[in-house]
Design a protein around this ligand. Sequence first.
Ligand code: NAP
Length: 276
Amino acid sequence: MNGGYDLSKGAYEKGVAFITGASSGIGAAFARELGRRGFDLVLTGRRRERLEALASVLTHDYGIQVEVVVAELAKDEDLEALAEKVHSQDQLEILINNAGFGAGGAPFHEQDYTVHQAMLKAHMLATVRLTYAALPVLIARGRGAIINVSSVAAFFPLPYHTMYTATKEFIRIFSESLAIELRATGVRVQALCPGFTRTDFHARLGFDPDRFYQTSGPLRAMSAEEVVQASLRCLARGKVICVPGTTNWIVSHLPCLIPRPLEHWLLGRFSRLMAT
Ligand SMILES: NC(=O)c1ccc[n+]([C@@H]2O[C@H](COP(=O)([O-])OP(=O)(O)OC[C@H]3O[C@@H](n4cnc5c(N)ncnc54)[C@H](OP(=O)(O)O)[C@@H]3O)[C@@H](O)[C@H]2O)c1
């Protein structure tokens, strides 16, 4: 537990929030909430029209400045350009490394290697590069936060989604180590670990959102807005690992509670179901 960073007090309204993956889902929800709280925004993603439409609504509704940068995080030159942009924000208050995608549902060696590579870059390299670009600015200001979006899948192995779970685990442990390292600087780091959330994520994997997401009960999918509120509450309380929702919290703790062979058996069965 580190000291908190409470955005509700209005002390940060002149800052800039830099959000990757802002064209939909959790990233767009962060943009709407931080825009409402008076942050200027830099929004990135690949779907220009979605980003520009969101920017124009937020500028109109909240009178903030919003810049749109279209970038493919798996492309080295785009990532370097973004890193320079992050580093040049002298009012940088928050960096949210949120962009990500799912892939899998088949054995690791049968999946397209270029997709594995793109995932390594978009989830791990981009998070590392942009964090590295942001930290000198945040540390010089003596405050601010980095929120790295991981997943509840970061807490256990997930066969057939091997790259997803491994890259999300990297994000979690990277963030946790950094948070401890930066304790005395005033800069906070969070690993946000959502479970099922209603966004474009699963539709892109070919699932029908209306049938895939549970709307009630313990496995209810959360909204992106609920995930963002949970993240900002965790930030205010200084919680480094943020797992929104009670069921997700229990799931994230199961590996500590059950014997590993049983965990592997359960995950083998569950993952085969998800893969079909
Ligand atoms: N939804 C869930 O159930 C869930 C659960 C746990 C964790 N998460 C994590 O939450 C984060 C946000 O996902 P979401 O659920 O909000 O899904 P989403 O609606 O599909 O949003 C994903 C965002 O990431 C961007 N993105 C993906 N790959 C990119 C790349 N190579 N280069 C640049 N931008 C890229 C997308 O931009 P464009 O589409 O414009 O290219 C989009 O803005 C992801 O990291 C995901 O792993 C989601």
